[in-house]
Design a protein around this ligand. Sequence first.
Ligand code: SAM
Length: 252
Amino acid sequence: MDDDLQLLIDLHKGEYRQGPGADQETEKAIRLANIDPKTPYNIADIGCGTGASTLTLARTLNCEITAVDFLDQFLEELQRRAEQEGVANKISTLCASMDSLPFDPESFDIIWSEGAIYNIGFKQGISDWLQYLKPGGLLVVSEICWITAERPKEIEDYWNNQYSEIATASAKIRQLEEEGYSPVGYFILPEHCWLDNYYYPIERSFESFLQRNNNSKAAQEIVEPEKEEIELYEKYKRYYSYGMYIARKPSN
Ligand code: SAM
């Protein structure tokens, strides 16, 4: 494995989440999608990291979850947490890339993915994954978006450079429609999802991360862009967030 990827794993593996989100917002999406806690569901959680959303789904629903990530070390941590919480019987982990999933068509009632689809791009992800949903199945996916029609050039340039598919929520919903989904609802993740649950914990770990990696140039080059991202969020957070999108594959 490449050294930079190993450093990224080292920085993020100990955190509860690897991206913005919250257990309450996962639960809110479950309610908004009208998912019945008693009905048995087959769920894929794609880009699950160390399993924040996987564990909430397992605690809340009557389900079998396939938790997918391409990093074994994250999946091992997820498995450990699942055992600790007594929900391991509901979860199987799968080390695979989200752009070449080994699933049969129409395998899942629900595809869940928080803060991860950007790795292959929203458009490709929603298009590829549709085939794995049963007719009438649900996609629940979070994705960065602009929350105003206009924004300062500094932040527009920064995020366009980081992720060229960043767009408004209305544009994301239009894409879901164009790919054949029927939108069910969406909401914007509040600030605590970014700060309390993601940026502050990671900021607190920068020093120990640098120390255990001998303050190497490579480790510093991981921390500096993270600091920049956090500073920009604090300055421009009224212009962007993550949207949580819920959409249904039409029934036959
Ligand atoms: N869903 C988790 C959460 O909200 O805490 C993790 C979000 S993290 C920002 C993105 C995750 O996607 C990471 O766990 C990363 O390993 C995974 N990932 C990145 N590229 C991937 C790929 N091509 N296939 C599968 N997983 C991938």
